[in-house]
Write a protein that binds this ligand. Structure first.
Ligand SMILES: [Zn+2]
Ligand SMILES: [Zn+2]
Ligand SMILES: [Zn+2]
Length: 764
């Protein structure tokens, strides 16, 4: 009987998801011999048997993703080799750990249905065990120290498997075959409840959970150690508890994220369409921003001033167990950190820093190696769009048709930082890191870079960063002194991030709606129309510059852009309205004088600050206590039925189109005094922004013949504006590209920088 043997190389997301056991089972079913092993770039299989069997084997491999949802095969190569005589079995061999590492580490995945069923089965030996997992679910990225993804390389290495677990781990027919974080009540991690000094209150697993649920119900605040870090939790329907959490966390108004017991509960509080339901229940289990249902029983101070609630479903066994006590409908689950510091993942740090916030601590002894925040998604035009890309998504690579000529490090931006490594055609964007202004975030950033660099074994010789002279990320990048340093204009990077995630390499009309970014003329850009590709860009048009006084405080105090715009457009606003924005008249006078004398005043085309100004003029307050507080409040009140807009003008200056908004601002001021409802003013303002972007895009198309518009920038996190503009552009015949897989805000900048760097240093 003639036998053939093939060597098969599989690359992609193939490790840590039970692929080798899958291969093993397949080979056994088809009576094939040979072996499979993880190597640093994926999986290698040698398989031997009758021709028909081997062919069937390869065919099944190609369709394996239908059975293994986490599997993503990017390449599958095979070649004939000499058959081996005397081979009797198919084996899983020891992993190889030398060479280049680019096999993909997978993301942390929400508890699967099979594990849940076992966990609530009284007869199962993992009944109510808070760390149940299998090859289809559980921790991955948050526990991996290095790859290949095998138990000794994870923080599970300290737990010695008991015989039962060992049996499952080694049994090819078991769904935990080679599940690296496998554990049970006998051999695995354990939970305990401590007071805020770290003194153990309870260690019996069942009692810990019932007591936690009880304390939450009583209005206590519990720090819960999760998958990627600590959460601060309290009963979301208890106003007193939420208020206490706010005051202890010193967080004024920023909306809290919540976790609900089940999808039905989320539907009681919000409007959940089919798409949203699908995303909430996805294996990534992100926070989804959903329109509030009124009235609802959520405590008012969970998310005042906005029209959405951020909800997620339980995604670890521990979460499921807490809700299974049937006492709680929804919990506030906010990141366990202080102000803008990184998420806390170590027990000692949690006690030290959260000891004044939480009444009790629900801890466990599985070490979180990498902190990963919850990811946040909202829905634009029926598409899930990431606002924060972390747990469940990182470190999944973007596979590009543009390969890098050498490894690349892209530093990202200083706000909402992520960084990116490129190895060949793989672009790996880090988890959300945070705002660099905080020293501990900067330190965390440096550590994260080192960790990911080691994990992916990249040796960057090309470095990309923002061209901002003072960004800490850029200063660090410049100091690296690698072969090539590419400084990328901020808004070009925004547009490139859209091109990169869509894997498109062509010239587009880029429309950027952003807060601030350093421009090539040394001013602060923000509202831009760029004719851009990955090679190059040209500034085609922008919001006419207006003066903005006072560095960092300009993004907090709306009076600053208000006065800047009043000066620019000779706008008169009644004192009564200005008093609402900034009651201190002397301060107003000082700001005006500062602008006149051009002291600490910049020229800007920032759209974010224009939103601040208009929100303030509408009487929504004078201060952003957290980022985009005013613009979010403005969006929340916009009357969706209003389709009119305010007047604006396009003027050409030195070949660049300027958007002049003096008439709009005068009309807004008049409407405000004329008692036109804020909801209508807000909608008309949003519509005007969309209208002038369309006008810019049309002129760009007339000039260049390009019919694809790419939109990006932090202001497009505004759903109302995004959807209006996308609609206008599509109705006008444009192909519209927008960010979905990386945020439109500065969280997407590193991918854009990396794509540009790869393109301009590439060999063709
Ligand atoms: Zn599972
Ligand atoms: Zn065990
Ligand atoms: Zn930006």
């Amino acid at each position: 009987m003639q036998k053939i043997r093939k060597k098969i190389t599989v690359q992609g997301q193939v490790q840590g998801i039970g692929f080798r056991p899958f291969v093993y089972k397949l080979a056994a079913e088809l009576n094939l011999t040979g072996f499979v092993y993880n190597y640093t770039q994926g999986v290698i299989i040698e398989v031997q048997g009758r021709k028909a069997g081997v062919e069937k084997f390869i065919n099944k491999l190609k369709n394996a993703h239908k059975e293994k949802p986490l599997l993503k095969i990017t390449t599958l190569d095979f070649s004939d080799i000499e058959p081996v005589s005397g081979e009797k079995t198919f084996e899983i061999k020891q992993s190889e750990s030398d060479g280049i590492v680019s096999a993909e580490v997978t993301a942390d995945i929400a508890t699967c249905k099979d594990c849940l069923a076992e966990m609530f089965d009284k007869k199962d030996f993992r009944y109510r065990y808070p760390f149940i997992n299998c090859t289809n679910c559980g921790p991955r990225y948050s526990i991996i120290k290095s790859i290949p993804y095998d138990r000794p390389n994870t923080t599970m290495s300290v737990f010695l498997m008991c015989d039962k677990c060992k049996g499952q781990y080694g049994n090819v027919k078991d769904r935990r075959f080679h599940a690296q974080p496998i554990a049970c009540p006998v051999c695995g991690p354990k939970i305990k409840l401590c007071d805020n000094k770290g003194q153990e209150i309870e260690s019996d697993s069942h009692k810990v959970i019932s007591k936690t649920a009880q304390l939450l119900l009583e209005g206590k605040i519990v720090a819960i150690k999760g998958l990627g870090g600590f959460h601060l939790a309290c009963d979301a329907e208890n106003e007193q508890a939420v208020k206490t959490l706010r005051s202890r966390k010193m967080r004024d108004a920023k909306p809290f994220a919540m976790m609900a017991a089940d999808i039905e509960k989320i539907k009681q509080f919000t409007i959940v369409d089919k798409k949203a339901e699908e995303i909430l229940q996805s294996i990534q289990s992100p926070i989804v921003l959903l329109p509030k249902k009124e009235p609802n029983t959520i405590a008012p101070s969970v998310a005042a001033e906005v029209n959405t609630f951020g909800f997620m479903l339980p995604y670890t066994p521990l979460h499921h167990l807490i809700f299974a006590e049937k006492k709680l409908n929804a919990l506030v689950m906010t990141s366990g950190n202080i102000a803008d510091e990184p998420l806390i993942c170590r027990d000692d740090e949690a006690l030290e820093k959260l000891g004044n916030i939480a009444d009790v601590f629900l801890m466990h002894d599985r070490i979180i190696y990498r902190q990963v925040d919850d990811s946040i998604i909202h829905i634009i035009k029926n598409e899930p769009v990431l606002l924060r890309r972390s747990r469940g998504f990182v470190p999944q690579a973007f596979v590009s048709k543009n390969s890098a000529s050498a490894d690349i490090f892209a530093a990202g931006a200083d706000l909402k930082n992520t960084f990116c490594f490129v190895k060949k055609n793989r672009y790996i964007v880090s988890e959300h890191i945070g705002d660099m202004a905080d020293a501990s975030v900067y330190k965390h950033w440096l550590n994260s870079i080192e960790h990911l660099k080691k994990l992916l074994e990249v040796q960057p010789s090309i470095v990309a960063c923002d061209m901002h002279p003072n960004y800490l990320s850029s200063q660090y990048a410049r100091k690296l002194k690698k072969d090539r340093l590419i400084e990328v204009q901020h808004h070009w990077a925004h547009i490139a991030s859209v091109l990169a995630e869509h894997n498109i390499d062509k010239k587009v009309i880029g429309l950027v709606a952003d807060g601030t970014g350093y421009g090539i003329d040394g001013t602060i850009w923000g509202c831009e129309c760029l004719i851009a590709s990955l090679d190059d860009f040209q500034r085609f048009g922008h919001l006419s510059y207006y003066p903005l006084a006072g560095g960092d405080s300009a993004a907090k105090e709306a009076i600053r852009p208000v006065i800047g715009l009043m000066k620019k457009y000779n706008l008169s606003v009644p004192d009564a309205v200005l008093d609402e924005i900034e009651p201190d008249r002397e301060k107003r006078f000082a700001i005006a004088e500062q602008i006149e004398k051009n002291i600490n005043t910049i020229k800007t085309s920032s759209l974010g600050r224009l939103f601040d100004a208009v929100s303030a003029l509408c009487g929504l307050g004078g201060r952003n206590n957290f980022e985009a507080q005013l613009p979010m409040a403005l969006e929340a009140i916009a009357d969706k039925r209003t389709t009119e807009c305010y007047p604006f003008a396009l003027k050409r200056e030195n070949g660049i189109i300027m958007v002049e908004i003096g008439d709009m601002l005068k009309a807004i001021a008049a409407d405000r005094i004329g008692k036109v409802g804020k909801t209508v003013i807000s909608a008309k303002f949003h519509n005007t922004i969309a209208a002038f972007f369309l006008a810019l895009a049309r002129q760009g198309r007339d000039k260049t013949g390009i019919n694809t518009a790419a939109i990006s920038g932090g202001v497009f996190c505004n759903r109302f504006l995004s959807e209006r503009l996308i609609e206008l552009l599509q109705n006008d015949g444009f192909e519209v590209l927008f960010n979905r897989l990386v945020p439109a805000n500065d969280g997407g900048i590193s991918l854009g920088q990396a794509a540009i760097a790869a393109k301009i240093t590439g060999k063709g």
